[in-house]
Design a protein. Sequence first.
Length: 163
Amino acid sequence: MTYRVCFVCTGNICRSPMAESVFRARVAEAGLDGPVEVDSAGTGGWHEGEGADPRTVTVLRENGYDAGHTARRFDPSWFARLDLVIALDSGHLRALRRLAPTDRDADKVRLLRSYDPAAGDDLDVPDPYYGGADGFDECLEMVEAASTGLLAAVREQVEGRAA
C-alpha cells in the first residue's frame, strides 16, 4: 500500500517544491520510493501551471536535486488519499486544518520543522520569495534538516503497514 506525503506552502513555487524535491531524494536514497509517493501544492492557485521560482530551481540544481515542477493548488478532496500533509509554516497549518473535511484529516497536517529537533520553538520555514538568493539557501538548509526526522517517521509508518 502506498504512503502519500504532500508538502504545502502558499503558491507552490518556492518552499513546497523545494521540500518535495529534497524529500523525494531522501525517500529514494532510503529505498522507499516504491511504497512512498511525494508531491506538493499551494494553499492558493496564483501560480497554477507555472514552474518553480527560478531561484528555487537554481538552489535545487546547485545542490544535486531534481528541479522539475509544475505548481498546483491543494484540493481538500486529496485528504482522502493522503497520509501526511506537511505545512511549511503555521499559516499553512491553520489553513489546511480548516480545509480538512474531518478531524481525522486535520490530524494528518503537520509542520515540517516539527521533525527537526534542533528547530526549537520556531517551526516556520520563512518565505524566501520577496528576498534574495540567501533566503532560498536558508530554506534549503531548514528543509534538509527536517527531512531526516520526517523520513524516520514515514519509514516507521510504512514498515508498520507491512507488519
